[in-house]
Write a protein that binds this ligand. Structure first.
Ligand code: MHF
Ligand code: KIV
Length: 291
């Protein structure tokens, strides 16, 4: 996309997109190259997800991810996609102590990485925190359903809100987040009929990941949609649009083979020097050795 044609989404424009039933496209990114890919592809917004702990840092869950990790990656994404809306996850347990601590952590992320909003996992229990951030001028995106920071409590990455009470609670949480001033909410790994019901009940946009096709938008993890991961374990909601992991391994193998067989670097990849210059250097070295 050329620079002129690029429109940076805002909290207001995504609301209009929902009203017009225009799907909102979100993808995660964790560094400046990935962010530039997402922007060049014309996505509406980028999420610097704490999934970076799993896909970039090699952890089994998102629990070990720190505020420093999030800021480090968010800054890189901001540099790579200056004209795209960027939302950043608040990491594990940074919005569960005092409201004052939550505002302090959130302000650090906003001011140091200069992004467009923050995402927090949870419902009614975090409403005071959401309200305080909104009062501070920070756009807040909610996240309900499979909230990965609670994976240890869930006992694994499992589909959520399949029973009546849990489904009712999720709907109430969505309503509470909207009332608290959230501009959007991510719905992860829930029955699609519940995704539909939430999207029809609240007025703010819903972004689904494993929440059906009626959500106002969709999000996928960069590594998942590009097939970059090396482990084959993959959630049912992931559609893989390329096999870049396999391409990467094949390319590195070719490089390895060419170096081992003295095929790389050939003439094309070398720098020249005048013959006289190099022979003078050689002569100089020989004279030094004699002395
Ligand atoms: N690469 C990656 N993609 C993600 O979407 C993602 C992360 N990492 N890390 C943070 C969370 C964890 N997520 C996950 C991980 C696994 C499943 C999964 O395997 N779900 C099972 C559900 C099985 C059940 O409940 O019965 C599935 O088969 O879809 C779901 C979400 C989503 N997020
Ligand atoms: C999967 C998305 C919604 C997320 O929260 C993340 O990338 O951490």
């Amino acid at each position: 996309m050329d620079k002129e044609a690029r429109f940076k989404q805002t909290t207001r424009s995504v609301q209009v997109m929902k009203e017009r039933s225009e799907p909102i496209v979100m993808v995660t990114a964790y560094d400046s190259t990935q962010a530039a890919h997402a922007q060049a592809a014309g996505v509406d917004m980028i999420l610097v997800g704490d999934s970076l702990g799993m896909v970039m840092l090699g952890y089994d869950t998102t629990v070990p991810v720190t505020i420093e990790d999030m800021i480090h990656h968010a800054k890189a994404v901001r540099r790579g996609a200056k004209d795209t809306m960027v939302i950043v996850d608040m990491p594990f347990a940074t919005y569960h102590q005092s409201v004052a601590d939550t505002v302090r952590y959130a302000s650090r992320i906003m001011q140091e990485s200069y992004v467009d909003g923050l995402k927090l996992e949870g419902g009614i229990e975090i409403v005071p925190h959401v309200q305080a951030l909104v009062q501070a001028g920070i756009p807040v995106c909610g996240h309900l359903g499979l909230t990965p920071q609670s994976v240890l409590q869930f006992g694994g990455f499992r589909v959520q809100a399949r029973e009546l009470h849990a489904a009712q609670k999720l709907l109430n949480d969505a309503i509470a987040l909207q009332a608290a001033g959230s501009f959007m909410v991510v719905l992860e790994c829930i029955p699609s009929a519940l995704g539909t019901l939430v999207t029809e009940t609240i007025t703010i946009p819903t972004i689904g990941i494993g929440a059906g096709d009626a959500c106002s938008g969709q999000v996928l993890v960069y590594h998942d949609l590009l097939g970059l991961g090396v482990d084959s374990r993959r959630a049912k909601f992931v559609k893989t649009y390329a096999q870049l992991g396999e391409s990467a391994i094949a390319a590195i193998k070719s490089y390895r083979d060419e170096v081992k067989q003295h095929e790389f670097p050939n003439q094309e990849y070398r720098y020249d020097i005048a013959v006289e210059a190099i022979s003078s250097v050689k002569k100089h070295v020989q004279e030094e050795e004699k002395a």
